[in-house]
Design a binder for this molecule. Sequence first.
Ligand code: BES
Ligand code: ZN
Length: 944
Amino acid sequence: MWLAAAAPSLARRLLFLGPPPPPLLLLLLSRSSRRRRRLHSLGLAAMPEKRPFERLPADVSPINYSLCLKPDLLDFTFEGKLEAAAQVRQATNQIVMNCADIDIITASYVPEGDEGFLTPLGGTRWLEGLELRISFTPEIHATGFNYQNEDEKVTLSFPSTLQPGTGTLKIDFVGELNDKMKGFYRSKYTTPSGEVRYAAVTQFEATDARRAFPCWDEPAIKATFDISLVVPKDRVALSNMNVIDRKPYPDDENVVEVKFARTPVMSTYLVAFVVGEYDFVETRSKDGVCVRVYTPVGKAEQGKFALEVAAKTLPFYKDYFNVPYPLPKIDLIAIADFAAGAMENWGLVTYRETALLIDPKNSCSSSRQWVALVVGHELAHQWFGNLVTMEWWTHLWLNEGFASWIEYLCVDHCFPEYDIWTQFVSADYTRAQELDALDNSHPIEVSVGHPSEVDEIFDAISYSKGASVIRMLHDYIGDKDFKKGMNMYLTKFQQKNAATEDLWECLENASGKPIAAVMNTWTKQMGFPLIYVEAEQVEDDRLLRLSQRKFCASGPYVGEDCPQWMVPITISTSEDPNQAKLKILMDKPEMNVVLKDVKPDQWVKLNLGTVGFYRTQYSSAMLESLLPGIRDLSLPPVDRLGLQNDLFSLARAGIISTVEVLKVMEAFVNEPNYTVWSDLSCNLGILSTLLSHTDFYEEIQEFVKDVFSPIGERLGWDPKPGEGHLDALLRGLVLGKLGKAGHKATLEEARRRFKDHVEGKQILSADLRSPVYLTVLKHGDGTTLDIMLKLHKQADMQEEKNRIERVLGATLSPELIQKVLTFALSEEVRPQDTVSVIGGVAGGSKHGRKAAWKFIKDNWEELYNRYQGGFLISRLIKLSVEGFAVDKMAGEVKAFFESHPAPSAERTIQQCCENILLNAAWLKRDAESIHQYLLQRKASPPTA
Ligand code: BES
Ligand code: ZN
């Protein structure tokens, strides 16, 4: 019997969950020298103390969960019935489980006796005088539920001892369909006729299954699940497995009970259910899996792109891993309110609408690419994560780093024209290096306990550094042996759990190379090396002298005990720029290398393909010889990108002067490659933000215009015949950059096209919308902002709403900035998107930066409460404060969060403060020389 759906009085506790910033959201930061002392004096370097934490006792564990849930989509409550087949290993009279924000009504344990005889008190009962032994099932009712709210646990106490053996734990409970986008929560949507309704959906990773049902919520405590949902009969009900039964619910003809097939053995964080109104498109993949993409009602068409990608991806992974997808179906579903980008629940992958839906006319090229990457990522987890799961969250990087690497392999397979591996370098590799150069970074493998510590490591280290070191490893091992090792790992540990060492062992067996020794230097210590290299011509050969030191954002490491890495290094020359002439494993602090037969006029470059996770500093002579390769494009694109990025970070670290880098940037006049431009543009954006603290901001805008005008003129506004995906991305990037910098011709054309768009004369192509919106807003007035807000209201697609939300912060006047900030918290903006509106304001202008910070302080309680801590709070803080470049702001930020704690953002806050100090030092060090250079350039412009 279901209990009356009274709203439970739930013990509210703050908890958090969180993903990494999508690669698209790049707002960055900076660096400087001799910082470390300063950080210590501000008390910024030490991480706060760890919260006490204990894993669940191992005396009782689940074998199968039989779980029935009945959500109430009007009252936002749910009732649950759990019958868990459990194994008692050690006699006990209590069971400790995870449980949060749930009220248990009754709990009992029914032991199962040996050979079918059930023994109540540990003994077998005999009926006197009878030869017959009878069995019975004494239900032991729990007499106490002791909630440890802080620990998100409940201890069920029983009046008698539960003996070793198996039995069934029965729990009836009630909970709330919360609005915090975690656990079992409600998501708001509007029907095609305009009515507001709610769906009930789940997000359990990392530690929120315990908000939907009492469970052993740890990744290594695997079990099977029999799930049923009791739902209104006109709603779609989905879970990990296929439906096996659907029957009327007693006493209510509007309700049905939907029963799903038993799952394989799996972790709790991968369980999912969805109840709502959806349409779908369906296909069967080459390997026989039924694939569906669920969309909002009336938008099935928008699921077709993801459906195609998924149908291609499943067989790709099956071949790559040589292990079939183990479930009969996979659903991909777009959820309106969704905190992360997507979640890999086994057989029922959930996505933000913008990570799944593509409209042939209204979606831009970067959205398509994003959808392909996210689908590739989540489907990879179906093997790597779901079939084989990390033993504990310390090994989260195995899941996320691996999926973040192989999503590129998969997209490269499906869409070779995206040149996606070059994009990997600017999206993941450089982003990881930027974070990992901080004193407040952390090793890839990091000991974590409390949920807020777990949430904290869904960051660029686990994702982007993890993916980067796997890319380096794959290159070092070679694809054939890498695949062999992967297959070994997935076969050996299927349905089980594994740790980092287990993967190394398999790859070591497959390749015969010292994988653990090499990789431990990358995953167990934070940071990465700066390789210094100088060369000498010795007759026909080139002698290279290499040395490694830890690279810090404040300059090379200056201590005695400098960490060391085992670095796979490749070396190429101008004779064949795409081929490694030599590969070595640098396993010492210093090494000499002889390159045979290299003519004196040939250049020599390290790190072919920018695959090794290190930065390179060349002697001036070597650098000098490489620069013509940028201008004449003889260096491969990803090498041009890597070289520029290394130089930029060396300048931020005070190792070379920023003016040197500006000169190198000018050498990119002939650059045709989108990704190379994108990375350069990103760095120029960082520099612009820094110089917005000076009175020569306009001069750097002139520089931006000069660098981008030639490519802008070459591209024009309209696609030319034969152009593809990357041309569309490049055009959007360049026009946006020119428009933002106030390039006159671009601004005029943007205004003209915007007017035609608004008047319905000529709708802007999807790829031109972001740059045009940004340009007209930045150089517009209140009327422009009002038009944008109107377009936002009218937009039917979330992609278009997000597009607008992200550029609103470009507006310049203080009143309009305030209006945008107020809008960020309004009903018009989905809760997960508030962060990008406020972040856009902070990154949009000097005044915006101050206004956003004030807004966060003034509205802290509401913002914190909205996300209950969680990764969105980290992202909000990062986007909003890391643009500061004045020492005292680091102290102010630190002080604010001391009195307004955000546990899952602690490390982010430390990183932000460090970045602020680094910015300030950079500015002090280089502002004057940059200014002089820009003035002198203006007086006598360089000839291309
Ligand atoms: N497992 C994560 C989802 C997640 C993130 C759960 C953070 C809990 C906390 C999922 O596989 C993922 O990584 N999603 C990414 C998208 C991906 C393409 C990088 C995300 O949500 O940003
Ligand atoms: Zn993932």
